[in-house]
Design a protein around this ligand. Structure first.
Ligand code: ADP
Ligand code: MG
Ligand code: ZN
Length: 608
């Protein structure tokens, strides 16, 4: 605010001082420069020269006579006092050489104008430009662009993305295809009387391809596409964000039909709250946006797309029909979606033939499109590290683990004793998992430490995609998480800090069972917690009294304890297998699910 005022002040001062300087130049200096040199002389000299006929110009004033003498080699202007000389005018008139004049000085008006006005203006304009350049540099490049939106404009195919680049997300694509189609053939829709939705909001967790979808729309739509990020509206000065919104919509209206895409709209679209500490600038920007969205009529063909991963924080006014009335979800991809995304990105790298993408997709439940893209890239990097020209299956499998657990810490020094504990811990997880019906099969067990801090882990991969979790499955998962600690207790009669992550995970599931899934014995179908941040980590907030909270804690503890006891019992019943598998893992460091099951089943056969 202050800066901006200063800036305007600078402009005013500069303009006024340039005008004053130019005036001074014209009034004080110019006359001196252009004035012919005048020599004073006496009246008799004037009369002499008149006799001789050398005078060409005369100006008679009240008390002086100015005249110009022109001889062959000299031109000179003289001035003399005026004497009483009644016949002077007559005499002068007779002399045909003489010209009477009012405007004595021979003035070159054009030259004077050029020197007096045009030159100074040019000079000041140049000076201004030089000053502005300096200022722009100091102010980070936008001294003159206050209130201008910096939306990038794309026209067809400039983003280089099409719907083919977006795998999965079929519902989202369908909704967007309709919008693109409307912009191409508005008549088809007008005929039946349908109105184009003014705005569509892409919502979903980070990395699910919201920005990518918008770029694909830009690539497909043969209309101008304005893209701007919500954060670009956030300005230092109050009112600037609103000015940018206005500018953006003015541009859009001029280019209609067109699409305007506002990424991360939650930065400006947050709920307005009643408290006074509220951010004035943000609120003004939002109000401007609301006004603009009401302002243009839908038939013009300006469609507004926006993306956010915090839809719950958006102002309800934004979401009402007539503004962003259409919500397009971009959810985490399912099994088929993951496979498709992997294939889309695998096209960019060179791979060996017949890679099993389905296996990779199954191992990456819950991964977003961005993570899958990253897995493909990691695999390519690994192939290069190993001096191979083509990416193979093991590259992909390893990079899944890199993305889940970080890189291998090859030179981490871990004592033999600790390694043994880690091996038993991991086999504990795997055994408990394998011995429960409702548990996903073990895919891989490793005790190679990772940069994420994991000292080892057990990977379980479901056969097919799961959308629901039964109570049995939930309990089985908790038991599996407690399996690691159970093995430590059984074999070494102690416990280590290595189970901290397991504890966290087990608690999370147990808590959700009690507070959100209605799976406890104490409470009925009561929502005791609400999810506040659906797409970003799923934070929850408690919605119950303190006494109830205490009961919840007791219930959660109860669930985990029972599962823990169950896990210990499973390991006790299979203690021989625990020892054998742990020894095998300690030797191999990494074993596959098949190797694990082979040993497990062999033992079973022996027992029979
Ligand atoms: P966000 O939803 O956070 O805006 P982006 O659109 O920026 O996510 O996605 C990041 C990257 O993830 C994309 O550039 C793309 O490489 C990859 N990606 C995400 N979803 C998909 C998808 N459905 N198909 C193909 N690639 C995807
Ligand atoms: Mg994005
Ligand atoms: Zn563990």
């Amino acid at each position: 605010m202050k800066n901006e005022k200063n800036f305007t002040k600078h402009i005013v001062v500069f303009v006024i001082s340039s005008i004053l300087l130019t005036l001074a130049l014209n009034m004080l200096i110019m006359p001196v420069l252009t004035k012919p040199k005048v020599e004073e002389t006496n009246y008799s000299f004037f009369l002499d020269k008149l006799e001789e006929g050398d005078i060409t110009l005369v100006q008679v004033k009240d008390n002086e006579v100015k005249f110009k003498v022109e001889t062959e080699n000299k031109k000179q202007v003289y001035v003399t006092g005026r004497m009483y000389d009644p016949n002077l005018v007559e005499r002068l008139h007779k002399d045909k050489n003489v010209v009477f004049t009012e405007n004595f000085e021979e003035r070159n008006i054009l030259l004077e104008f050029l020197v007096g006005w045009v030159l100074p203006i040019i000079f000041f304009v140049i000076l201004w430009n030089i000053l502005m350049k300096g200022m722009t540099k100091r102010m980070g490049g936008n001294a003159m662009s206050f209130g201008k939106s910096n939306a990038k404009i794309y026209v067809k195919a400039q983003t280089g993305k099409t719907f083919n680049d977006v795998a999965g997300q079929d519902e989202a694509k369908e909704a967007l295809v309709e919008i693109v189609d409307f912009l191409h053939n508005p008549d088809k829709y007008a005929e039946i009387g349908a109105n184009l939705p003014k705005g569509a909001l892409l919502v979903g967790p980070p990395g699910t391809g919201k920005t990518l979808l918008a770029k694909a729309v830009a690539g497909e739509a043969e209309v101008p596409f304005f893209s701007i990020s919500g954060s670009e509206f956030v300005e230092m000065f109050v009112g600037m964000g609103a000015a940018k919104v206005r500018d953006l919509f003015n541009q859009a209206a001029a280019k209609a039909p067109c699409i305007v895409f506002i990424d991360e709209i939650d930065t400006i679209g947050k709920k307005r709250d009643g408290n006074f500490s509220g951010n004035d600038e943000r609120e003004q920007t939002l109000n401007q946006l609301l006004t603009e969205m009401d302002g243009f009529d839908g038939t013009k063909g300006v469609v507004i797309l926006a993306a956010t991963n915090r839809p719950e924080s958006l102002d309800p006014a934004l979401l009402r029909p007539g503004r962003f009335d259409r919500r397009i979800p971009a959810e985490l991809p399912d099994l088929n979606g993951r496979e498709a995304i992997l294939k889309v990105h695998a096209k960019k790298i060179k791979t060996v033939e017949n890679i099993d993408y389905n296996a990779i997709a199954r191992a990456t439940a819950g991964a977003s499109g961005a993570e899958l893209a990253n897995i493909i890239n990691e695999a390519a990097l690994r192939a290069v590290r190993n001096n191979r020209k083509l990416v193979n299956q093991s590259d992909l499998e390893e990079s899944v683990e890199v993305v889940i657990a970080g890189y291998q810490r090859k030179n981490a020094v871990i004592s033999q004793k600790e390694k043994e504990i880690i091996a038993y811990h991991e086999i504990g997880h795997a055994l408990v998992a394998a011995m429960q019906k409702s548990s996903a099969p073990v895919h891989k067990i490793t005790i190679i430490p990772r940069t994420s801090g994991a000292l080892g882990y057990t990977m379980q991969v479901d056969e097919d995609e799961k959308f629901l979790m039964t109570k049995e499955e939930a309990l089985a998962r908790i038991a599996t998480f407690t399996g690691g600690r159970s093995a430590e207790e059984l074999v070494f009669n102690t416990c280590t800090s290595g189970a901290s992550n397991d504890i966290e995970q087990a608690t999370k599931i147990a808590r959700a069972m009690v507070t959100r899934f209605g799976m406890s014995n104490t409470f009925d179908m009561i929502a005791l917690e609400t999810v506040t941040n659906q797409y970003l980590g799923g934070d929850t907030s408690l919605a119950c009294s303190a006494e109830t909270a205490a009961k919840i804690d007791a219930e959660v503890n109860d669930i985990v304890r029972k599962s823990h006891q169950k896990a210990v019992q499973i390991l006790k019943d299979n203690i021989d297998k625990l020892h054998e598998l742990a020894a095998f893992l300690l030797e191999k460091e990494t074993i596959t699910g098949e190797e694990f099951m082979a040993i497990l089943n062999k033992e079973n056969n022996n027992n029979l």
